[in-house]
Design a protein around this ligand. Sequence first.
Ligand SMILES: [Zn+2]
Length: 379
Amino acid sequence: MSQSSNKSPTGYVLTPSGWVHGDIVMEKGSIVRIEGEPVSVPDGSDAPYILPGFIDLHVHGADGVDYAGGEEAIRKFIRFHARSGTVALAPTTSTAPVDVIEKSLACIEAVRNAPLADEPMVLGAHLEGPFINPGKLGAQKDITRTGDAALALRWAAMCRLVVATVAPEIRGGLEVIEALTAKGCRVQVGHSLATFEETDEGFARGLSGFTHLFNGMSGLDHRKPGVAAYALAKGRYAELICDLNHVHPALVLASYRAIPRLFAITDATTSAGCPDGTYHFGGDQPVVKKGLTIMLADGSSLAGSAITMLDAFRNLVSIGLTLAEASEMCSTRQAEYLVLNDFGRLTPGRSASFVVLDRSLQLKAVWIRGVQLGSVDKG
Ligand SMILES: [Zn+2]
């Protein structure tokens, strides 16, 4: 590819100030300018939509592999997600023995430091567990640990941690929250049985978000509010699994109304993009995929999702969000949360990383850093 400028297809480009019927001019992987005419709504032609590429801050795997499978496995699943429009992501660990977590973090860091052309940007890892409440495991293994700030800091030195999931009410939990927050990591409450008051204490000590809101947390009892109630009352940023299965559309809409910067995640695991059958999560935990539902083999819990961010985007539109609102939930808010000046919006100077969708939301093309991917999954 030459270093001279190139152009996106002509379409309706979603910019922070509204739609522009035109195209994106790119140079050296960045947006130089957006040419065309502002329009109030995309109308009157079948030109495609051009939206900021998706960002997934909670994604364990796909395509038969997950974070615990080593560097090539991580490259495989992030490429899978790129083909459905994810341009930046945080590979996510789960509760596992210390050596498995450390090997996985080292591999995530290796991929982050040596990105290939057809890969989305690895922002850093999301550390989910082991500092969580053993009473709210979901699909996490029953080998949780009490909070250990020294261990957390050792991991932060091995790999850039952009997000961590911690239960504030466990012994040592608040110390881990403080230690990782001081390292610039966004620490979220999750897999937690915290009361409203314990959650409040966690936020006073550095928490800034919620991990898969409603799933794996104390809830909404109106006389005994827990973590989910805290999110609705006071939360600013929160993750939500947008498969419409982990959370009913009614609660997706209620939380969208209540939480100013609610954003979508996939929480995708090994079998996303694979046929129905038995797979493994975190290396050795058997899970069964049927359709878009993945359960632990014993049927006791959901075990992540089988969706992509493209599915999440379409699901949000299907329950009534506008394209611009759904795009904000799938890209802009994540970029704000992690202060990513390169992603999340289509403006001059940012990375030329975007998706092209036809009018029925079929994926037509994915561009990452100014280069069009050779193939995409239309989903
Ligand atoms: Zn997860």
